[in-house]
Design a protein. Structure first.
Length: 482
């Protein structure tokens, strides 16, 4: 559901009691956690129970499973209801909030409310936002800072997606999917890349790109922008930012970068490179060695962007690099789920053709001599309609591919848009491309396809994340429980 952003976004401590509809989601749960850590009154509801809801209850939130108008009975004038974009207009709590004329906020305005009074470091881009936000948070913590952060995934180090820090810094994932990033007023911004996506919201690629140009207008003129200029979209945005008089720090592997990755090595589950930066006189000077305990070139570029922000803020390079080296990953970003019968199982959030390409490159490095067996769940009818064939093309980098049904999320089914739109374009022999329905139905198939030394990778933004443990259980059963 789309809710308008008010002309004035009040600070969080002026919102009264706050009720979140869809509190279990990554975005709303992060905001709720920060409010709870500030001792604000929080309640909420979600369709299903989860560990996220349990954690919020432990922090003092009143959380309901299921939606009912009665859950708003404790709210009065001056209190606030925050609504997830995944919630539909006929949700009984939404209907009740509108009937009672309660203050209604979208996720973006609620996040802006907790940002109030802080120096916000906003991380935007089509891909890599969650990982880059996480890397920046961990790097700053290692360098001695204690930022507040709100991330679209759980940090391995903390087991949570948000925290109220003691510093004035606020590290935030700035989502462009529904225009949320245009509500924030960051002191600094990162743009990882700009590629067409979320056209269900934006309509055209041109409108989507224009939104990122509008995002530049949101950045404090005295602040700075970090752009990963290996990406053409981000490189064009960097030029636009310079033309507006904004300070730009360009990062990447190419010679156009101010902070550059050199001698990149991807080896198994790790990656490393030398980092050099351009001095004022144009010469390059060494910064140090960047090491990551996660695989993939795209993650190196994310880390380089995080490093650039830390350096520009004046933090020590050695401590920032140490923080990045200790980064344990983010849930659902090339996350190791376990190993059974000699088969390693990973899970990742990739749901766009370029994300699929990056994660398959990383998977190939991890697999070594083994094969890569992928289960992919297309996410959203609108995205699959636009990018299904391209998704299939990228999946051809695997050895065996299982395509699941489309995960509908906030959209209705379309009989013309199914997993076949992806599977039919995978450039592998027919016997190596398979179809399955839900994750549970795919688990036995994956267990049969994978052998010792192989790597199983589950990909997608929906409930495909439940598949990894099911595959491990199937493998354990086939192996006699060993």
């Amino acid at each position: 559901m789309r809710v308008s952003v008010p002309d004035e976004v009040l600070p969080a401590d002026r919102l009264g009691r706050v009720h979140f509809i869809g509190i279990g989601g990554a975005g709303l749960s992060a905001i709720a956690r920060i409010m709870l850590e500030r001792d604000l009154a929080v309640s909420g509801s979600d369709g299903v129970d989860s560990p996220v809801l349990a954690a919020l209850r432990d922090l003092g939130a009143e959380v309901h499973v299921g939606h009912d108008a009665a859950h708003l009975a404790h709210l009065g004038p001056g209190d606030t209801v925050v609504v997830s974009t995944a919630v539909r207009e006929d949700n009984p709590e939404v209907v009740e909030a509108l009937r009672r004329d309660l203050r209604l906020l979208p996720r973006s305005a609620a996040l802006a409310a907790v940002m109030a009074g802080r120096r916000t470091l906003a991380v935007a881009g089509t891909h890599g936002k969650t990982t880059t936000t996480s890397l920046l948070t961990v790097a700053l913590q290692a360098a001695g800072a204690d930022p507040t952060y709100a991330v679209g995934g759980e940090l391995a180090q903390t087991g949570t997606n948000a925290h109220e820090g003691t510093d004035d810094l606020f590290v935030a994932e700035a989502d462009e999917s529904d225009g949320a990033f245009l509500v924030y007023r960051p002191a600094a911004a990162v743009v990882t890349n700009v590629e067409a996506d979320h056209l269900d919201s934006w309509g055209t690629e041109e409108a989507y790109q224009a939104a990122f140009r509008d995002f530049l207008d949101c950045v404090d003129p005295a602040g700075f922008v970090v752009c990963v200029v290996d990406d053409p979209g981000a490189a064009a945005l960097a030029e636009d930012a310079r033309a507006r008089g904004l300070e730009v720090v360009a990062v990447g592997e190419g010679t156009a970068a101010d902070l550059r990755a050199d001698d990149l090595v991807l080896e198994g589950t790790t990656s490393r490179c030398r980092v050099v930066r351009r001095a004022p006189d144009g010469r390059e000077e060494p910064v140090g060695e960047l090491r990551l305990a996660i695989p993939g070139r795209h993650y190196v570029l994310d880390a380089l962007a995080a490093l650039a922000v830390g350096l520009r803020l004046g933090f020590d390079a050695e401590r920032l690099l140490a923080g990045l080296a200790g980064f344990g990953g983010t849930r659902r970003r090339m996350e190791a789920k376990g190993e059974q019968a000699g088969v390693r199982v990973y899970d990742s959030y990739a749901h766009h053709p370029n994300e699929i390409r990056g994660d398959l490159q990383a998977a190939r490095a991890v697999a070594g001599e083994g094969r890569v067996v992928v289960a992919f769940q297309p996410h959203l009818v609108s995205r699959t309609r636009l990018f299904g064939p391209a998704m299939g093309e990228e999946l051809g980098a695997a050895d065996e591919v299982v395509v699941l049904d489309v995960y509908l999320a906030r959209e209705d089914a379309d009989p013309a848009v199914t997993g076949d739109l992806v599977a039919d374009h995978v450039p592998l022999p027919a016997g190596r491309v398979h179809r399955a329905g839900a994750p549970a139905a795919a688990a036995p198939l994956l267990a049969r396809l994978a052998g010792p030394g192989d790597l199983v990778l589950t990909l997608g933004a929906g409930d495909v994340t439940t598949l990894g443990p099911l595959v491990l259980a199937e493998l354990a059963g086939a192996d006699g429980g060993a």
